[in-house]
Ligand binder design. Sequence first.
Ligand SMILES: *Cc1c(COP(=O)(O)O)cnc(C)c1O
Length: 470
Amino acid sequence: MDWDSFAEWGEKAARWTQDYHQTVKDKPVRAQTEPGDILNALPELPPEQAQPIEDIFQDFEQIVMPGITHWQHPRFFAYFNANTSPPSVLAEFLTSAIAAQCMLWQTSPAATEMETRMMEWLRHALDLPTGFAGVIQDSASSATLAAVLTMREKALSWQGNQQGLFAQKPLRVYCSAEVHTSIDRAIWVAGIGQQNLVRVLTKGDWRGMDPVALEQAIQSDLDSGLHPAGVILSVGGTSVGGTDPVEECLKVAAKYGLYTHVDAAWAGSAMICPEYRHYWQGVERADSIVFNPHKWLGVQFDCCAHFLKNPEDLVQTLAISPEFLKTHGKDGIINYSEWSVPLGRRFRALKLWFVIRAYGLEGLRTRLRNHVNWSVDLHDRLATEPDFEITTKPMWSLWTFRYAPDGAVDLDDLNLRLVNAINDDGRIYLTQTRVDGNLTIRFQAGQFETTEDDVRVAYDVITEIARSLT
Ligand SMILES: *Cc1c(COP(=O)(O)O)cnc(C)c1O
């Protein structure tokens, strides 16, 4: 294939894309293939000779597509959604056409300056104070790792990178049990060690950290000669939306001079709506905040917004700046590769620019509000069914339930069978979690094309399949 035939195939791909999105709602949401089906359909060895693009495209449809779980299906209610949207697909198409590697300002000034401006737009959209600077990371996991490394280096007066951790007192980091596993992994990779990630007790409907318990944990570590380094807060945890009392916890952290990071990977997008901001009141006291526009703002993976009160701390932690990467003669330029663990970076700001302009903040807010309202409606309806039990209340559009008919003995087994039967049925897609040790089923709405009717279908499917099991 060469560029001469590209436009023809580009048009075919564009028509395929439109048709896919307009008909995906008629397909089962979760892939219905067995393990190995796709692997076995792919030749064991690569071709020695060029193959026509017709054949490749045909195999894409016949081999690949049956093995796809449709994340853009309007009845994808599992995990958290990872949306795309027409303007985002278009922007990514152009990004891949340009294929710039945007590690330094000079390796594409437009990418750097667009990123600066888009992070300012997002900061404005979330109503964060102007003091915050932003960078786009590939994922929340990477942003959290960068924050934990910064936390570590600050606590060690910037000696960790130089000396390693062998001669240091154990560093201690505090979080609740509701944080995402990316926090554990950042702690491992940063050399802090799982046993130094202190789980502070949670309380209340939001399953948030108890600030009094946080202070006690820090104090008791200080008394034992350990070295508190930072606090990581959850706003909208992945399991049930666990959310810490941000302001009180950040005040405790400030009292002890600890670096703070807020993981709002999913729920951060909702903060473009003023009515949800009470969930993270006081967040402006944090040193580092992360959220994923690639979840709920309609730009596809990867696009993670990372805000920093003092980006100098992050740059001091991560920048190496060997001579051959230096950009001479331009003052005040930003080399975003100094703000992240990977050196190479994609032009991720373009899709934000397309999407925010194509929908406007008001268009995005309307989608988010609809998702929350429709999800809460479904919760209210299921709550009136005597054979169902609400296990956690809605946090934005996420809540959990169990099927618990009179006389049922093993509810964990029943609910696992229920979630599997629902996903085999294919009309909707749900996932399970554990709440206080009990298996329970999550519901969340957040796909960009979801309608109120799709959420109503979820009610029919859940009640119908549950009652057919007993
Ligand atoms: C999705 C999620 C993450 C991980 O996000 P990635 O961008 O996939 O690394 C972290 N924390 C929370 C709360 C999440 O929902």
